[in-house]
Ligand binder design. Structure first.
Ligand SMILES: Nc1ncnc2c1ncn2[C@@H]1O[C@H](COP(=O)(O)OP(=O)(O)O)[C@@H](O)[C@H]1O
Ligand SMILES: [Mg+2]
Length: 244
């Protein structure tokens, strides 16, 4: 369902994504691990075209864009509408309630009518366990609740895939589980997910496949058992020793 071929991204003369090709099947949960600065965030941002790749193709569902050619705004919009993103920091609008934050993309991007957008937003906020917090502002919510609003916001757009960029890494330890619980439920329901995380136990539990990247390339990939218990590459072994 997702096919990324020979993706490249540089910032000036700093090549961050050297050459990444990744296929993700419908309903698959792919976890990406790797050292800080290895290009994990940039990779996800390229998939959502928050960063413009320099070369390579990205296909999500029926939409395929070749970044070696001239890319139109319409190409970008089409690709972006297929993906939802949950960031390390929640990125909610501070002057909007939880409900308004989830409605915002539906009304402005998807051009849905307010009443319909409200119903959808209520349904997704209920799904992430925030039925009783809909009318609160981000500052009135805990970090874990804010991240769950971010997940509801991504879900409401009904994307083909949700990209998670270290969604729990900025949270106090006692708030991590409530976010992982929502992600676990999504995975069980068959949502296609690409997740950058350092929560290794969680990764082991939900990932169909683990990708270890470093220096803008895939060093090694396989099932959680293969990568975590029997890593082949020295770089993978070293990284796993550092974080476990
Ligand atoms: N907007 C940007 N402008 C310039 N350099 C960037 C930008 N975003 C990321 N980088 C650089 O890309 C490299 C990889 O960063 P990033 O994708 O955030 O890695 P990771 O998420 O694995 O820690 C870093 O060297 C970082 O400085
Ligand atoms: Mg990052």
């Amino acid at each position: 369902m997702i096919s990324i071929q020979q993706l490249q991204k540089s910032f000036g003369d700093n090549t961050v994504i050297r050459d990444m090709s990744v296929e993700v099947a419908k309903g698959e949960v792919v976890v990406i691990i790797g050292p800080s600065g290895s290009g994990k965030t940039t990779f996800l941002r390229c998939l959502n075209v928050l960063e413009m790749p320099n070369a390579g193709t990205i296909q999500i569902g029926e939409e395929k864009v070749d970044f070696s050619r001239k890319v139109t705004k319409r190409d970008i919009a089409k690709l972006r509408s297929q993906t939802g993103m949950v960031f390390q920091h929640h990125n909610l609008f501070p002057h909007f309630t939880a409900l308004e934050n989830v409605m915002e993309g539906l009304v402005t991007v998807k051009k849905e009518r307010k009443e319909k957008a409200r119903q959808k937003a209520e349904a997704y906020l209920t799904k992430v366990g925030l039925a009783d917090k809909m009318h609160l502002y981000p500052f009135q919510l805990s970090g874990g609740q804010q991240q769950r609003v971010g997940i509801a916001r991504a879900l409401a757009l009904e994307p083909k895939v949700i990209l998670f960029d270290e969604p729990t890494s900025a949270l106090d330890p006692e708030l991590v589980q409530e976010v992982l619980k929502v992600m676990r439920e999504l995975a069980q329901e068959g949502m296609t997910m690409v997740v950058v995380t350092h929560e290794m136990r969680f990764a082991r539990e939900i990932a169909n496949r683990v990708i270890f990247m470093d220096g803008g390339v895939i060093v090694e990939e396989g099932t959680p058992g293969e990568v975590f218990q029997h890593p082949k590459e020295e770089r993978t072994k070293r990284f796993l020793q550092l974080i476990q």
